[in-house]
Each structure stands twice: as structure tokens, then as C-alpha cells.
Design a protein around this ligand. Structure first.
Ligand SMILES: Nc1ncnc2c1ncn2[C@@H]1O[C@H](COP(=O)(O)OP(=O)(O)OP(=O)(O)O)[C@@H](O)[C@H]1O
Ligand SMILES: Nc1ccn([C@@H]2O[C@H](COP(=O)(O)O)[C@@H](O)[C@H]2O)c(=O)n1
Length: 230
């Protein structure tokens, strides 16, 4: 069967990667979490002291950006791609609240986006890919055959993320901190000049506030099956 490109965009912590990962596994496509790439650049900025508070040293970052090597490698046990920053697996380090609190500042920078989009387009050149993010259907793969825009109530998103943090033994972060981070990232992502978070005109919208993971997966699979049976 001819492979297609699937773009899943939407708000922070609304379940995009859960859906994208599950679908890719079911249909045998490559899965790419584009947010992990922006998180990896942010981790680089933190590790190299490019932040003074919320001020980012753009001159140093621009000098460094071409030497920041980001790629994915499959974890043989989980069969999921994991992100590498300059040859080090940083899959765990990029998921901290510190990175989450700074990533939208980094992803708003034009030259950072240019580099990441270029890499993402290379990864999807052969199709057969499910990529999730903020600008996949509007910028990275404008011609994607299937575009999904996911949303959910912020309070529900925050509770899901908090449950996840608790399951990873983070008992320090509060519900209010998670909610604030989600709202702040949504605001910056929607209001930045470079590729702001928008629903593509040809995207199908899914509000999964009241859906289980299984229900949202079935919804997505139905859309995929319908499209590829045409
Ligand atoms: N329908 C659902 N019901 C309950 N929990 C869900 C549902 N979908 C996803 N989750 C959980 O919500 C949390 C956030 O999901 P996920 O990481 O997939 O979101 P995301 O949109 O990719 O987030 P981010 O933009 O921050 O990367 C995860 O803990 C996930 O297991
Ligand atoms: N295509 C994308 C993907 C992500 N971002 C930015 O990265 C942040 C982290 O992404 P998650 O999916 O891991 O939450 C996100 O808040 C965006 O600022 C982006 O700009 N474009």
C-alpha cells in the first residue's frame, strides 16, 4: 500500500505523542516527536549556560546551532525512537520541568526553527511517517495527506501530565505548576512570530478531553483507514 504522511499538531500535553506513537506502531510507520528536538536544543542551552534567567544568548546559540547534532535512534527494547544530543541519549533529561519551562523561548527563535524544520523534512522525505508537533501540518509537511489538530481542556491536560510525573516519582511538582506551564507554553506557541501554533485549514480536529487513549486511537485509526482505502 502507498505510504502517506501524517501530521499531528495541537496544544501542549493533549496526547499528541501518545496518539502518534500508537498509530505509527499499528500501521508500521516511523514516529517522530518534533517537540523532542526543540527540547534537546533547550537542554543544550541550559547545559552551556546560554540562559540568564529567561534571557537567551542568541549570538552564542546562532554560532552553535549548526554544531548541535540531533537525531533519533530506535530503543531496541521499547521499539520507540529516542532523541540524541551530540551523540548522548537525552530522552529522559529533556522531559524535566526545567526544560519545559524554557523550551517555548527556544522554539520561538527563527534560526532554530529553520534548522529543525530542515531536519524534520529530511526525516519525512520517504513518507510513511507520523510526526507530531505544532507546525507539522502548517509548515513542515504542508502536503501531508492526513492532518490532525488535537485539543483538550487545560485542567484535564494538567492532571494527565501530573499523573505521569507522579508515576515517574516526581512528587515535588504541583498541579498549579503544571497547569501554569501548559498555559504559558500554549500562549507563547500561539503568539510567536515564527510559525505560530495554528490549526491547518485542512486538519481534522479532535477534542479528546472525554476520550480514553483507546477511544482516541480508534478515532485516529478510522480516519487513517478511511483515507487509505479511497
Ligand atoms: N485520552 C487520554 N486520556 C488520559 N490520559 C491521556 C490521554 N491521552 C494522553 N494521555 C496522557 O496524557 C499525558 C500527555 O500526553 P502526551 O505526552 O501524549 O501529550 P503531548 O501532546 O504529546 O504532550 P507535549 O506537547 O507536552 O509533548 C501522558 O501522560 C499521556 O499518557
Ligand atoms: N513542531 C514543534 C514541536 C514543538 N515545538 C515547541 O517545543 C515545545 C515542546 O514540545 P512538546 O511537544 O514536547 O511539548 C513546545 O511547547 C513548542 O514550544 C514547536 O515549536 N514546534
Amino acid at each position: 500500500m502507498k505510504k502517506i504522511t501524517i501530521a499531528i499538531d495541537g496544544f501542549s500535553s493533549c496526547g499528541k505523542s501518545t496518539m502518534a506513537k500508537d498509530l505509527a506502531r499499528k500501521i508500521g510507520y516511523i514516529y517522530i516527536d518534533s517537540g523532542a528536538m526543540y527540547r534537546a536544543v533547550t537542554l543544550y542551552c541550559i547545559q552551556n549556560n546560554l540562559f540568564k534567567g529567561d534571557d537567551l544568548d542568541l549570538v552564542k546559540l546562532e554560532e552553535a546551532i549548526r554544531n548541535i547534532k540531533i537525531y533519533f535512534r530506535l530503543n531496541e527494547t521499547t521499539s520507540l525512537p529516542e532523541v540524541y544530543l551530540n551523540d548522548i541519549n537525552v530522552e529522559k533529561e529533556i522531559r524535566t520541568m526545567e526544560v519545559a519551562s524554557k523550551v517555548s523561548l527556544v522554539s520561538a527563535v527563527g534560526f532554530v526553527r529553520k534548522e529543525m524544520v530542515h531536519l524534520q523534512q529530511q526525516m519525512g522525505a520517504e513518507k510513511g511517517i507520523v510526526m507530531d508537533g505544532r507546525d507539522i501540518g502548517t509548515v513542515v509537511f504542508r502536503n501531508a495527506e492526513l492532518k490532525i489538530f488535537v485539543t483538550a481542556d487545560p485542567q484535564i491536560r494538567a492532571q494527565r501530565r501530573l499523573d505521569e510525573l507522579r508515576s515517574k516519582n516526581d512528587f515535588d511538582t504541583t498541579f498549579e505548576e503544571v497547569l501554569e506551564n501548559i498555559k504559558q507554553r500554549d500562549y507563547i506557541d500561539q503568539n510567536r512570530d515564527e510559525s505560530p501554533l495554528r490549526q491547518a485549514e485542512d486538519a481534522l480536529v479532535l477534542d479528546n478531553s472525554q476520550l480514553t487513549k483507546e477511544q482516541q486511537m480508534q478515532w485516529l485509526l478510522d480516519k487513517f483507514n478511511y483515507l487509505t482505502s479511497q
